[in-house]
Write a protein that binds this ligand. Sequence first.
Ligand code: CP
Length: 315
Amino acid sequence: MTVASLRSKDLVGIEPLSPDEITLLLDTAESMRAIGQRPIKKVPALRGRMVVNLFFEASTRTRFSFETAEKWLSADSLNFAAKGSSVEKGESLLDTAKNLQAMSPDLIVIRHGSPGVPHFLARHLKAGVVNAGDGAHEHPTQALLDALTIRQRLGRLDGLKVSIVGDIAHSRVVRSNIWLLKKMGARVVVCGPPTLLPPRIEEMGVEATTDFDHALDGADVVMMLRMQLERQGKSLFPSVREYFRHYGLDAKRLAKAKPQAIVMHPGPMNRGVEIASDVADSGRSVILDQVSNGVAVRMAVLYLLLGGHPWEGES
Ligand code: CP
């Protein structure tokens, strides 16, 4: 069965989505890619719609790709950064959001350091809410752009072995990817030092290992995660040098994966910590494809949540 629309006004995570909704989002993103390849990158699909980008945490890729997606679909955007706003005078999150709601936006895109903030806003606001990353909980549009990239390179998601390596404990990317990849039939292995593997992660239907070579063996996809030092209260590994020796991906180590295996990283990368430049900049790396696909995925999310109208030249 295929679906023609999403069931919710919000995209707060991958967990609530059905496989059909994920397929709809990926197929819509695929058709959005054509807009970015035109000489004039603009269609009137969301003309007259207003989107507020509310970022309480740093971002380069997510924030710019949402803004690009909004511009290419002709939506009006307002960009909010906590610094310089009345949040600095002590205004609460809910009051900030209600005041923004009073200006009648159709959709709010939010990144926040606390898990559950997008869900809280979605319950209180008439506008749709999109989670652009909430603490270590979920980053749904990242998992969608990762899936789009895997599908483009390897032709499918089901049956693939996807190994996700690094700071599993503090990663919202890993949680959204596990939900998505499991729903779409992939086999997921998570790998990292014991201090960075959350207890009972296997209950999400994944294999957990501290053995990097085992995780790489037969992998179709190797997804390296950033070491999130800012979310670690104390040092959880002896030294960067030691970490790279055991869990850093270089060309020698990558040879243990399948010959056609692709290398992914959500960014920003710590070169020499979790990934070596000889791999990050190689032909096996799809890291910049992930960034390009981020625009297409965010266009698809905006278009489907806001019920965008067809445009001339739409296939
Ligand atoms: N992947 C990702 O979320 O990157 P940013 O933090 O730069 O948005």
